[in-house]
Design a protein around this ligand. Sequence first.
Ligand code: SF4
Ligand code: SF4
Ligand code: SF4
Length: 215
Amino acid sequence: MSAQSPSSHEIAVCRGVEAQTNCRFAMPMEPSLVAGIASAVGESGWPDFLRAHVVGPILHHHAFRIAVAACPNGCSRPHVADVGIIRACIPALDPEPCTSCRLCQKTCPDGAIVMDTNGPIFDYSQCMRCGLCVARCPERALDCSQSGFRVVLGGKLGRHPRLATEVVGIHPAECLPAMVAQCLDFYMQQYRKGLRFGTLMEEQGETLIEALENS
Ligand code: SF4
Ligand code: SF4
Ligand code: SF4
């Protein structure tokens, strides 16, 4: 895991994001994604805003933290970041080439697959969108019906820890910089001394999440 550390924000990425071949769980993603998110933070005005609102040096707890993970194992800790971005794939079956070999069922870490006479059936309430079954199928009978990213907001550690809240849906990579910018815009509009983004999410998170889900 590594992190870029400009003083106003941090972007933590798992080693599967850095080089997908470094981790067998990593799903493919555009190498330019993290740079695009970093640009969106800069263009949002957040670095200058923070500099203008903090007396003295900008410290670690002032930084807006973004974490990107190439699978739901979340080694970059997206659920305790201000914005967590998690690669996701919703699996779907093409029954024609399926030989009912059960490899997908044996591969699934979450028990989200049961077999019937036509092949696998997915329990999407248990499925973590990891894509392992899709990668494992020898017949290419599985593919992602939706491929993109989960987005979770407002996680934090510290004295009052909080797990991030999920924005419903699988979000395309090209939408992520704008979503991060929208979060920062909301934060800057509501900002008061000492307010952490996770606390703002506790107070007014529904407003932001509704706006993101409708944008
Ligand atoms: S989050 Fe997933 S892809 Fe990234 S390093 Fe951890 S296990 Fe590998
Ligand atoms: S791994 Fe592929 S071929 Fe085997 S049961 Fe699953 S979908 Fe069918
Ligand atoms: S995507 Fe992952 S969790 Fe979902 S059914 Fe496939 S292997 Fe299981």
